[in-house]
Design a protein around this ligand. Sequence first.
Ligand code: 13P
Length: 262
Amino acid sequence: MAVARVPFIAGNWKMNLDHQQAIAFVQKLHWALKEAKHLDGTVEVGLFPPFTDLRTVQTLLDADKIPFALGAQDLSTKDSGAYTGEISGAFLKRLNCAYVIVGHSERREYHAETDEIVAAKVQAALRHGLVPVICVGETSEDLEKFGASAVPVGQLEVALEGVSADADIVVAYEPVWAIGSGQAATPDQAQEVCAKLREVIAGRLGQEAAERSRVLYGGSVKAGNIASFMREPDVDGALVGGASLVVDEFAAIIRFQKHVGV
Ligand code: 13P
């Protein structure tokens, strides 16, 4: 029997919005959605601010009872010790983070994160009760050489090594060429790759995990194209970069049900 997966709209702020800007942003976003009564649990909203904002955003979410999930953009493979500049999953858990992004293409590219490092970060997240949002995706060269799915499938195979069948995970398919380019993948391509990624989950963690785990699309998602992705059966939400920094645009993405008339 098919399991209903709650759509997940996640805003990856990347290195944008300091902790003071974050307060104004979260309050405005909450207001925009509260007014429209769109925080009734039919969609989960996740915010992924920079580390230095997390405490501030956590306090605000608690104080105003704002039902957004909090996540970090990265974590250390290690739990504590002499690792200057690193952030432990234990610290993130103490800040009520539910999620942590691992393997974003910007970390893979600018910080030389290999598939093995990403796999170690998945383990670190799970050790601390954080849900890893595992990012995979092909570059334009990969797309030309191998097609869309081979590289993301290979990345996910490694990331899920040793993960147990009952683990909570989220997978985000983010074609590197679609990130910040204004050129999103077609809904057909997103569906094709997300379906293959779900097969990887089934192969590694079993059918039950494949049915309950959410697979997101990311890369130039906007209010104007979210509905076309959400119509696809294997796309359970979006990991949004640039458009998650603009209150009205992000609120419109979260209200995607309106666009599809649900
Ligand atoms: P854009 O939405 O800006 O293309 O970024 C996507 C992304 O990298 C989210 O993690």
